[in-house]
Design a protein around this ligand. Structure first.
Ligand code: ADP
Length: 473
């Protein structure tokens, strides 16, 4: 079986969130099962071609978008282990700029729909021209949601899998924008209740199989929790081809024993490196060198649904209780301002780095005691998995993938602190419990051990994907 994996972002080349991590690591795990797997994504201006030996190939072409024709060149690199070929679509007009989805100030690019139409039409062109063998197309999120319908309308024999990484983002487009797409596709599309179209729902409607990134989130979507009734109808119509496969993590890249971003390495038998990383993190971020205080970390896109309204409200209370906080994140300007204000109000106790910083993300995982992730909903979540691996105890809401992967603390059991219902009071009570256990050194060490014993490598999940790929559905 030959797979083409389509993603708008792929780590380590381009990354805005968890989709990139999955597109970077799942294909590697799948390569043990399939004949070939290729990954295709845009060549954004921010991608460091020299660093990753990405070079132009002789594969060139052009696609029609409305009345215009736009050229593309495929660039490519093979990752060091030689198993995965990564392809990048180069076009200056759509992808030459630095950002993946947004301007530097966080505002989405106005032509995002056109950019990802172009992306998908190039993938279709590549398939039609049979530039490489493909039996199955694995599409991810709305940026590739039109491809299953495009394959169907072209009567292609290539099967398609569509994975929903986040149901919040639909990739809505208008009637006028639909006019730019091939005629055959237009006959397949359905209007939403808002009188527009949704690339996400199109993917769900037309893919041969639909997956999402945890069983918990699959159950929530099927139950219609937190989604509009129109979207729920599409999910119910797809329920026979719908399943949840929990994300794994790249256990080499996120490995406390080998992490190239952290100054000190550690393992369950040699935990002193974790404390040294904590000192380094405190010093680097300008926090008081108060190493006996619980240090609570957070790495996140700054958006409402990651729980920031609650977080902002609880900071004064827990700083007064002796905790320190380190935040890394970019996104919403209001949340950015709130975190800046909190760090100014509590110098030495709250630090905030407003940017995207891969090395700091690793140091926060390695040096913090607790990881705060009170998402209102969370399709899977990766940071709680990195946290468990680094013995950084997660505090999470019982939702989607968070509920599937973190077990609530009980005496001599559990791997983190899981709260519900979704209220500030329940979150505060979970943090209070965490701080109580933190001072009980024996319980705390046992909790860290249980967390670090968890195995979230891709093995089992990749096998599940392979079984889906080869299923008869
Ligand atoms: P989502 O995909 O909803 O953003 P996930 O938890 O699934 O959330 O994945 C987020 C990924 O992006 C993680 O690898 C996280 O470490 C990373 N990340 C998020 N914000 C930043 C940031 N500001 N700097 C570095 N890494 C970040």
């Amino acid at each position: 079986m030959n797979i083409l994996f389509v993603s708008a972002e792929v780590a380590p080349f381009s990354k805005a969130g968890g989709l990139a991590d999955v597109a970077g690591s799942l294909p590697q795990a799948l390569s043990h099962y399939v004949a070939s797997i290729q990954v295709i994504s845009p060549l954004y201006g921010q991608i460091d071609c020299d660093k990753y030996s990405i070079i132009p190939t002789s594969y060139k072409g052009s696609v029609e978008l409305g009345e215009d024709r736009f050229p593309y060149t495929l660039h490519s690199t093979t990752l060091t282990d030689g198993k995965i070929q990564n392809w990048f679509i180069e076009n200056e007009t759509f992808f030459g700029r630095q950002g993946i989805y947004t301007e530097e100030n966080g505002a989405g690019f106005e032509d995002n729909n056109l950019r990802y139409y172009f992306f998908q039409l190039v993938v279709l062109d590549v398939l039609k021209r049979q530039l490489f063998n493909t039996d199955l197309l694995h599409c991810n999120d709305h940026h590739s949601g039109l491809l299953p319908g495009l394959l169907k309308s072209g009567s292609s024999s290539i099967r398609s899998v569509f994975t929903i990484h986040n149901f919040l983002y639909h990739g809505h487009f208008s009637e006028r924008e639909l006019e730019l797409l091939p005629n055959d596709l237009k006959n397949l599309t359905t209007k939403t209740q808002w009188d527009n179209y949704s690339a996400l729902l199109e993917g769900i409607d037309h893919a041969d199989l639909v997956t999402t990134v945890s069983s918990g989130y699959a159950r929530e979507l099927l139950s219609g929790e937190d989604i509009d009734s129109h979207s729920h109808k599409h999910i119910l119509a797809a329920q026979n081809k719908f399943s949840g496969v929990v994300n794994g993590i790249d256990t080499e890249y996120w490995n406390p024993e080998l992490d190239s971003f952290t100054p000190f390495h550690f393992s369950q038998d040699r935990m002193d490196g974790k404390l040294k990383n904590k000192r380094e993190l405190l010093a680097q971020s300008g926090l008081d060198l108060d190493e006996s205080a619980p240090l609570i970390g957070s790495i996140s896109r700054l958006v409402e649904n990651k729980g920031f309204p609650f977080i902002v409200d609880l900071l004064d209370e827990f700083v007064a209780a002796g905790a320190q906080f380190i935040f890394l994140g970019s996104g919403d300007p209001v949340i950015t301002e709130q975190l800046h204000a909190a760090s100014k109000k509590h110098p030495g106790r709250i630090a905030f780095d407003a940017g995207f910083n891969e090395p700091l993300a690793h140091l926060i995982e390695a040096g913090s005691d607790l990881f705060l992730m009170p998402s209102r909903f969370e399709p899977c979540g990766l940071n709680q998995l990195y946290s468990l691996r680094y013995g950084t105890i997660p505090i999470v809401h019982n939702t989607g993938g968070l509920g599937d992967t973190v077990k609530n603390y009980k005496l001599n059991a559990g791997t983190g602190f899981v709260f519900e219902p979704y209220t500030l009071a329940a979150l505060k009570s979970a943090i209070n419990q965490a701080l109580d256990i933190f001072i009980d050194k024996k319980q705390w060490a046992a909790l860290i051990k249980r967390a670090m014993d968890q195995d979230f490598s891709w093995g089992r999940s990749a096998l599940q994907y392979y079984k889906l790929y080869t299923s008869k559905r």
